[in-house]
Design a protein around this ligand. Structure first.
Ligand SMILES: Cc1cc2nc3c(=O)[nH]c(=O)nc-3n(C[C@H](O)[C@H](O)[C@H](O)COP(=O)(O)OP(=O)(O)OC[C@H]3O[C@@H](n4cnc5c(N)ncnc54)[C@H](O)[C@@H]3O)c2cc1C
Length: 255
């Protein structure tokens, strides 16, 4: 925790022998028998010695989408519950709603009250909304101050008639998430070649979402680690099972 891995060391036999990480201003080296990596493949390969140029370029070109969200506390939600599902307070029962209106930048909003009542102090009289935006690190949205971003998002809430006026907002909290979405363009079309190269390092296992540069959900991400542990216990270096998680054609989030 609170340590940033900056380097992965391989020896002349192409075996991963250890990592270098930064913690509290110090650079520390740690050796290991296995390396299980859930850091973004782009950063993993950038920190690795003796990577053939072709693979280094594929990794360097992997794209991501970043993400910003503002939690907004409001005393009401101007939506009518037309379902038979009961709710506490005057809200609709959805956890999240995708926004397809091109007149706003908002991509999705969350109603945290419905995720868990324990997320909201006063469930009957307040609603914690999450307004979500997909962006790129460093772009005009990312560069806004928290206040500017919240103001923009709340103005969209008003335009969408979720609330009547900005003054109704009781509190807000902004979060920025780098590399929230591994994206499937640019050098991603050569991802198979990069995966095959990484598989030549017998004791390196790539797991998780950005660790595999795949749109894995939480269950998939955990499964990649379960499969890795099975492989290590079995003494196998064939990682097909690890990479095969979430490749079944029938999986779609819409289901
Ligand atoms: C907005 C959003 C909504 C989502 N909603 C859902 C959902 O509803 N259901 C669902 O199942 N999944 C959801 N997911 C996906 C889920 O969050 C991921 O699949 C899961 O968190 C991936 O786990 P992970 O361990 O691979 O990566 P992460 O949880 O991203 O953990 C990777 C960790 O590595 C750290 N790290 C990165 N680089 C380094 C480094 N160099 N050194 C040290 N540490 C490093 C990062 O800081 C991070 O803490 C969502 C994801 C996003 C972004």
């Amino acid at each position: 925790m609170n340590a940033k891995v900056t380097g992965i060391r391989k020896d002349s036999r192409n075996i991963a022998v250890g990592v270098t990480y930064e913690q509290d201003g110090k650079v520390i080296s740690l050796d290991g028998d296995y390396i299980i990596s859930s850091m973004p493949i782009k950063d993993l390969v950038a920190g690795m010695n003796d990577v053939p140029e072709k693979y280094a370029e594929i990794a360097a070109g992997l794209p991501y989408r970043d993400y910003m969200t503002v939690g907004v506390l409001v005393p009401y939600l101007n939506l009518k519950n037309e379902t038979n599902i009961p709710t506490v307070g005057n809200i609709v029962p959805d956890d999240w709603v995708y926004v397809h209106d091109r007149n706003v930048k908002m991509g999705r909003f969350q109603i945290y009250n419905n995720w868990s009542p324990y997320l909201v102090k006063d469930l009957e009289h307040t609603v914690w909304m999450g307004l979500e935006y997909f962006c790129n690190e460093g772009d005009s949205m990312w560069s806004m101050t928290d206040e500017e971003f919240a103001r923009m998002a709340v103005s969209e809430m008003v335009r969408m008639k979720l609330i009547f006026k900005p003054e109704d907002v009781l509190d807000f909290h902004v979060e920025r998430v780098k590399k929230a979405y591994p994206a499937y363009f640019d050098t991603y079309e050569h991802m198979d070649e990069l995966r095959d190269y990484l598989n030549t390092i017998p004791n390196l296992f790539c797991v998780g979402r950005n660790g595999q540069h795949r749109y894995n959900n939480l269950d998939h991400s955990m499964c990649t680690s379960f499969e890795t542990v099975k492989d290590i216990l079995a003494g196998t270096t064939d990682k097909t099972n690890v990479w095969n998680v979430n490749t079944e054609k029938e999986y779609h989030e819409e289901k």
